[in-house]
Design a protein around this ligand. Structure first.
Ligand code: GCO
Length: 445
């Protein structure tokens, strides 16, 4: 049977993604370390502990990433390691980050570095972090230090990871470290200050490295109206603009819109070289919302990942790519994945989501790369170790790792730069009729 092949561009980034607090271990100067060790904030009382032991041995997983043929990896830096006390910088921490970044380059893995991925230094949280007017100076100082120490090894930067998720989970849902002030006002103030920090960081990086690519990674969900409810459609459109697009619109002209504030922010207009999309799933919205923005409910035929994380909805990736074309910037899928401890869904999830990217590229949509969340099982914030996102399975107690079947599949995709009917046959034969009509799985012919 002839093999059907969906080929990706030769320079496509075949990557994976992680975040410092979730993989490094023993980030004791972080507000998340405090949060974990106070009260019952983490599901099943789990602790990050050694996490995936990256601080001591990231190289173990980078070797596996290289064997998978990954040519890119997105990681974050832990601000609280680099600056454990205000204006006190830890050179040993900067040296270790340099070693990890160099290890990526040595393995042909291009780094994309996130400056802020949810966690704050304790000292910063105590000063009110993104609700304090001082945060802009602190973030500038932190960024300048990182650019000076590591900038030569960092071609791609994400300044802030998922400002809206940070705002919702910290200030509204209360599952992230408690801020000094909760509620919508404090949440929107924090997002506004995150954008001011982003703008400052953008220019600090570009001043020293004009060729660097700098952007934001934004969680982007398909927000649909729940069936019924006259106003659900109107509300879903409003909520989708607020959650998915308002920040990009603000980055275009540098002007805050209601409800984020008003007026122009110096240096904000045009301060992004790419669109970073963190896509996972879709949600249904009802009007009026009861506290949360969306409902964790799905249609009867929905396939839902571990711990009710979300519906597997591959077409949503194509939809969110289309929704950001108007910004006319290169697009990176800076996160995409699912919690799936037994790897029951991840092989078909990889095939169906990469196929949506291939479809987008075949329409000449500028999708430049894909960073699967995640390379290795890691500490899933308030859900602890109950949700496993890794292509590499990890026993956090023994630090024993094992490449999952989906990791073997992703390796075939990365090494070949393509998605083929043979891969579908081997890893997810049920997909053949839909993805490769006319190709009958070998065993059936
Ligand atoms: C993020 C995420 C990651 C999560 C992943 C799975 O928003 O960037 O929170 O840190 O681990 O999205 O939920």
């Amino acid at each position: 049977m002839a093999k059907a092949v969906m080929t990706f561009p030769a320079d496509f980034r075949w990557g994976t993604a992680t975040a410092a607090y979730q993989v490094e271990g023993n980030n004791t100067n972080s507000d998340w370390w405090q949060w974990e060790h106070s009260g019952s904030n983490i599901l099943e009382g789990h602790k990050s502990g050694l996490a995936s032991d990256w601080w001591q041995n990231a190289e173990a997983d980078l070797d596996l990433a290289a064997e998978m043929g990954n040519n890119a990896h997105r990681l974050s830096l832990e601000w609280s390691r680099i600056e454990p006390e205000p204006s006190v910088f830890d050179q040993a921490a900067l040296d270790r980050y340099r070693q990890i970044l160099q290890a990526m380059h040595d393995r042909g893995i291009e780094p994309m570095v996130t400056l802020h991925h949810f966690s704050n230094p304790i000292w910063l949280a105590e000063k009110g972090d993104f609700n304090s007017s001082l945060v802009l100076d602190y973030f500038k100082r932190y960024t300048a230090k990182v650019v000076d120490a590591l900038g030569d090894l960092i071609p791609k930067w994400v300044t802030i990871n998922e400002p809206m998720v940070y705002a919702v989970l910290r200030y509204l849902d209360g599952v992230f470290p408690a801020p000094q002030r909760k509620g919508y006002g404090a949440a929107l103030e924090a997002v506004g200050n995150m954008l001011r920090c982003h703008a400052a960081a953008y220019h600090i990086i570009k001043e020293q490295y004009p060729q660097a690519e700098v952007g934001i990674a934004k969680n982007t969900a398909v927000l649909e109206p729940a069936p019924g409810g006259m106003l659900n459609g109107w509300w879903a459109r409003k909520a989708s603009w607020f959650y998915n697009e308002a920040i990009w619109d603000t980055l275009v002209d540098g002007r805050f819109r209601w409800p984020f504030g008003h007026g122009k922010v110096d240096g904000l207009a045009g301060s992004f070289d790419f669109i970073g999309i963190n896509y996972y799933t879709r949600f249904y919205l009802k009007f009026p919302p009861r506290g949360k923005l969306w409902e964790e409910e799905w249609g009867p035929e929905a396939v839902v990942s571990d711990g009710n994380y979300g519906e597997v909805y591959p077409e949503g990736l194509f939809r969110v790519i289309k929704s950001v074309l108007k910004y006319d910037k290169p697009i990176y899928i800076t996160e995409n994945g699912l919690p799936d401890a037994t790897d029951r869904l991840r092989p078909s999830y990889l095939i169906t989501h990469l196929r949506e990217i291939w479809r987008a590229i075949s329409f000449c949509y500028p999708v430049m790369g894909y960073y699967h969340w995640s390379l290795v099982d890691n500490f899933e914030w308030d859900r602890g170790w109950t949700q496993r996102f890794g292509l590499i399975e990890l026993d956090p107690e023994t630090q024993e790792r094992k490449l999952r079947k989906s990791g073997q599949l992703y390796g075939e995709m990365c090494r070949s730069g393509s998605l083929s009917s043979e891969m579908a046959e081997q890893y997810a034969p049920d997909l053949i009729p839909a993805l490769f009509p006319g190709q009958v799985p070998e065993r059936d012919s």
